[in-house]
Design a protein around this ligand. Structure first.
Ligand code: GAR
Length: 211
C-alpha cells in the first residue's frame, strides 16, 4: 500500500479528485495526509470530514524558504510518503526540498508546459492568441513548473473565451489528468527514457483531449 501525501494551498479540488479516484478505483494506496501552508485552505475541510489526517505548516511562521521547507519536509516525512502530490500548492520550493523528494513528487500546472510557467496562465494564453490551452502533470525538478511531463490535457480556446471560462474547462480536465497520472505512478507504469522523458510502459496515451 503506497502512502500519498498531498500538499494544497486552497480549495483542493484536485486533491478531492485524487482521493475519490483512489477510493472508487481501489488503488493500492491511501491518502496518508493532506498538508497545507494555509490554515484556511478549503480542502482541509474535505480531508477532515473524510478521516484524512491534516497538518498546517504556515510559511509566515518562518524566516526564510529554507527554514519553512525543512519543517515542511519533517512533517511530510512523518507520514512516510511514497509519493508527494502537489495539488495547487502555491509555494516556490528550495532545491534541497526538491532533491529530497526527487522522482517521487508530482505537480499539476494549468498550462501546456513549457508554455506559461508561473501565474495567470489562462489570461496569458488568451492574450497570446493561443488556440489550445490545458494542463500538465509533471515530475517536480528544481526549476519552477518544469520537469518531465507525465500527462497533458488539452482544451480549445474559444473566440469569446474569458479567463474564468477557460479556467473552468481546464479544471475539468485536471480532475481527469491528475488521478490518472498518480495511479500510473502507483502502479509502476511510468518509466524514464534515457533522455529524461516519462513514458507509459504499455504505450497508453499521455494526452487527454477536452472540449
Ligand atoms: C489548479 O488549477 C492547479 O493547476 C494550479 O492551482 C489550481 C489548484 O486548484 N496549480 C498551480 O498553478 C501551480 N503552479 P485546486 O486547489 O482546486 O486543486
Amino acid at each position: 500500500m503506497k502512502n500519498l501525501v498531498i500538499l494544497i494551498s486552497g480549495r483542493g479540488s484536485n486533491m478531492v479528485a485524487i482521493a475519490e479516484a483512489c477510493a472508487a478505483e481501489g488503488w493500492d494506496a491511501r491518502i496518508a495526509a493532506v498538508i497545507s501552508n494555509r490554515s484556511d485552505a478549503g480542502g482541509l475541510v474535505y480531508a477532515q470530514q473524510n478521516g484524512i489526517p491534516t497538518a498546517v505548516v504556515n510559511h509566515r511562521d518562518f524566516e526564510d524558504r529554507e527554514a519553512f521547507d525543512a519543517t515542511l519536509a519533517q512533517v511530510i516525512d512523518g507520514f512516510a510518503p511514497d509519493l508527494v502530490v502537489l495539488a495547487g500548492f502555491m509555494r516556490i520550493l528550495t532545491p534541497g526540498f526538491v532533491q529530497h523528494y526527487a522522482g517521487r513528487m508530482l505537480n499539476i500546472h494549468p498550462s501546456l508546459l513549457p508554455a506559461f510557467p508561473g501565474l495567470h496562465t489562462h489570461r496569458r494564453a488568451i492574450e497570446a492568441g493561443c488556440k489550445v490551452a490545458g494542463t500538465t502533470v509533471h515530475v517536480v525538478t528544481p526549476e519552477l513548473d518544469h520537469g518531465p511531463i507525465v500527462v497533458q490535457a488539452v482544451v480549445p480556446v474559444r473566440p469569446d473565451e474569458t479567463e474564468d471560462t477557460l479556467a473552468a474547462r481546464v479544471l475539468v480536465m485536471e480532475h481527469q489528468a491528475y488521478p490518472r497520472a498518480v495511479r500510473w505512478w502507483i502502479e509502476g507504469l511510468l518509466e524514464s527514457t534515457e533522455d529524461g522523458r516519462i513514458v507509459h510502459r504499455h504505450g497508453e496515451s499521455q494526452a487527454l483531449m477536452g472540449g
